[in-house]
Design a protein around this ligand. Structure first.
Ligand SMILES: Cc1cc2nc3c(=O)[nH]c(=O)nc-3n(C[C@H](O)[C@H](O)[C@H](O)COP(=O)(O)O)c2cc1C
Length: 259
């Protein structure tokens, strides 16, 4: 059995965001090999990031906010698949969701959700959610997940039958894509863009940071200064060659002054 957790970023317990996330999990569970759980972010104490950057520089355990951040991260770690579901508020995710994402900011520096499947769901009244879906897709990749393209559902209240049907079809289609990814190999070959992001950041960190910096020690301790990618991915001759080029480019860009 695989475990999938949907994090709902709406304060409304029976709003469109919840309905879409619930339908998504129901559809996944109908395959018979998935257990789903809804987590309402509004039920957890997640403080607003103060911007001190202690998590980036000295480690996430140095965060001055003592709240439920790590409980939520544990829920992600215990899941094979993760859904971030948010209403479209003023053409972005809700503040509840954004507050949570900001508290995961250090994970963009030190991605740790590799091997897990991710998707985003955006619920809206009228317009603008497409860009929020793209934002979720990007965020998922940055956190290390294997991303399944997200979707946006649109409906005004009270919901009419046409919107209900359209939403159901969208969600079921997305859940099928998600289910397929959930059972694929967990460590796929990275895209050229992903490889570039990894090689450029690891080489720049190696050259510009020292062991008083948590990004540096995290990368060093995971063997990422010498590995082909975050995880042992099979890289073909083309990717190996381009990877080496990205390392060289970063080495030139970040060469310590005076060297
Ligand atoms: C503060 C606020 C901002 C909103 N901004 C947008 C928006 O930019 N575009 C849109 O289509 N709907 C917008 N809506 C409508 C919500 O996206 C829509 O009602 C959605 O269903 C809310 O999710 P919920 O039902 O889970 O609460 C907004 C609603 C609120 C309360």
């Amino acid at each position: 059995m695989k475990t999938v957790t949907a994090f709902v970023g709406s304060a409304r317990k029976r709003g469109l965001t919840y309905i879409a996330a619930r339908q998504f999990l129901d559809s996944l569970e109908s395959f018979g090999d998935v257990n789903g759980e809804i987590v309402f972010l509004s039920e957890y104490n997640v403080g607003v990031c103060r911007g001190c950057k202690a998590c980036f520089l000295r480690g996430e355990e140095r965060c001055p906010l003592k709240d439920d951040r790590d409980v939520l991260i544990e829920k992600i770690m215990a899941s094979d698949g993760v859904v971030f579901a948010s209403p479209n508020y003023s053409f972005q995710v809700s503040a509840i969701m954004k507050t949570f994402l900001d508290r995961l900011g250090f994970v963009f520096h030190r991605p740790r959700f590799h091997g897990k499947t991710f998707t985003g769901i955006v619920a809206q009244g009228i317009y603008g959610g497409g860009k929020v879906v793209k934002y979720f897709d990007f965020v998922g990749g940055g956190l290390g997940f294997n991303v399944v393209k997200g979707s946006c559902v649109t409906a005004l209240e009270p919901m009419v039958e046409k919107d209900r049907r359209k939403m159901y079809q969208t969600i079921v289609r997305q859940s099928k894509r998600f289910h397929a990814q959930l059972f694929r190999p967990t460590h796929p070959e990275p895209s050229t863009f992903q490889l570039m992001a990894f090689r450029m950041s690891r080489t720049s960190m190696k050259l510009t940071l020292g062991d008083d910096n948590r990004d540096y020690t995290y990368y060093r301790d995971h063997g990422w200064f010498d590995s082909g990618y975050y995880y042992p991915a099979k890289l073909g001759p083309f990717k190996r060659a381009v990877g080496a080029i990205f390392d060289c480019v970063a080495a030139r860009m970040f060469k310590p002054t005076g060297a």
